[in-house]
Design a protein around this ligand. Structure first.
Ligand SMILES: Cc1cc2nc3c(=O)[nH]c(=O)nc-3n(C[C@H](O)[C@H](O)[C@H](O)COP(=O)(O)OP(=O)(O)OC[C@H]3O[C@@H](n4cnc5c(N)ncnc54)[C@H](O)[C@@H]3O)c2cc1C
Length: 337
């Protein structure tokens, strides 16, 4: 491991000014960045430990929303009674992540900034466009069972070229935040700023080295969950190779409002299918106003998954996500009877 300096942040603005310099990085729970430093995937000269900053409050906002400090531990947020009532999908997504020990240490901001688990990204002996732009993508013809089926630039949007990166975003929390249109509060070198979760995450396009649109050196200070009545009836279901301590093979976050057998409103977001959490807008559009039946749920999932461009070994994700969508919506419909 390359030697590095360590400093505790005294204040958020000075921490941002320091990390805006090349070679410095924030340290929160350390559950991702330290592993990547040991593997040689990242090698900052200086770690600024932000865990002493006062960014751990969980506030229930009077309008029905919530504001969560970026340094809140995943375990503390997951068990918050207001979160579990107003945004159960967010609590379930957190509880499905990692292990209890990791959730005690991992923070909300760090979870959103964690890097992909693509095995070629974390193996410095293999070419990876995300780690080293222009190096190539060993996953395309290699082990890509866990990797993206949507939005990688393969297929219709760039038919003449291979995608540059088929990494997936590993965060469960991010999928639930996409469901509720969360806002990310930041402190940048130019002052406070806010981005929607949809602007924050990105597809790889021609710049796969960038996971997010976070301005360089910016600190995530909080995540705001806007008041979302439909989110009270929301859930998160994750499929993985073993029942604990594993990243998703595929996941679905869903919120549903069914009255008199008709879908009044619905939201859907998919995890482990793309470089970003994938909001299933096409499926949502098709479902609104339709009968809440298995047939409608299947047609909606098919509509969304028409954009999938699976590779040799990850085509199983298409029926996986389809079945998850139908199963989750069916269960929520029956629960609303
Ligand atoms: C074995 C294992 C299994 C896991 N399984 C899952 C899983 O199933 N689902 C899941 O979602 N996650 C999973 N994780 C990931 C885990 O949840 C993340 O490692 C954790 O959330 C990262 O948070 P942290 O505070 O430790 O971040 P750190 O490791 O401290 O930081 C991660 C990155 O975020 C940056 N950063 C941290 N805080 C901020 C901030 N406030 N503003 C800007 N940048 C910041 C750091 O500079 C670094 O680049 C797993 C991890 C491990 C090791």
């Amino acid at each position: 491991m390359k030697p590095f300096a360590y400093q505790r942040a005294e204040a958020a603005d000075s921490a941002v000014a320091t990390v805006a310099r090349a070679g410095a990085a924030f340290l929160a729970g350390g559950t991702n960045i330290v592993d990547l430093m040991k593997l040689g995937v990242t090698a900052p000269d200086l770690l600024i430990d932000v865990t002493g900053l006062p960014l751990r409050d969980i506030e229930a906002l009077p309008d029905g929303g919530m504001r969560v400090g970026a340094l809140t531990a995943n375990c503390d947020l997951a068990i918050d009674p207001v979160l579990r009532t107003r945004f159960p999908a967010v609590a379930l997504a957190l509880l499905s992540g990692a292990s209890a020990q990791l959730r005690n240490r991992a923070t909300v901001g760090g979870n959103l900034m964690q890097r992909t688990r693509c095995r070629y990204f974390v193996d410095v002996t293999k070419p990876c466009n995300k780690r080293q732009p222009g190096a190539g993508c060993a996953a395309l013809d290699g082990e890509h069972r866990d990797l993206a089926i949507m939005g990688a630039g393969n297929g219709t949007d760039r038919p003449a070229r291979q995608p540059l990166c088929i990494a997936t975003n590993p965060s469960d929390l991010a999928v639930a935040l996409a469901l509720v249109d969360a806002q990310i509060e930041l402190l940048t070198a130019n002052g406070p700023a806010t981005m929607s979760v949809h602007e924050f995450f990105r597809l790889p396009g021609d710049r796969p080295e960038r996971d997010t649109n976070l301005p360089p050196g910016a600190l995530i200070t909080a995540v705001v969950l806007p008041a979302t009545p439909i989110a009270r009836m929301s859930t998160y279901r994750k499929v993985r190779d073993r029942s604990s301590f594993a990243f998703a093979a595929g996941s679905v976050a869903a919120a549903l409002d069914v009255r008199d057998g008709i879908v009044r409103d619905v939201r859907l977001a998919y995890g482990a299918v793309a470089h970003r959490p994938w909001r299933a807008y096409a499926a949502e559009r098709l479902l609104r106003g339709q009968a809440a039946t298995v047939d409608s749920f299947e047609r909606a999932a098919d509509e969304e998954l028409a954009a999938a461009r699976p590779l040799r070994d990850n085509a199983y994700k298409v029926p996986l996500i389809r079945n998850l969508t139908v199963g989750v919506l069916r269960g929520m419909t029956e629960a609303s009877w």
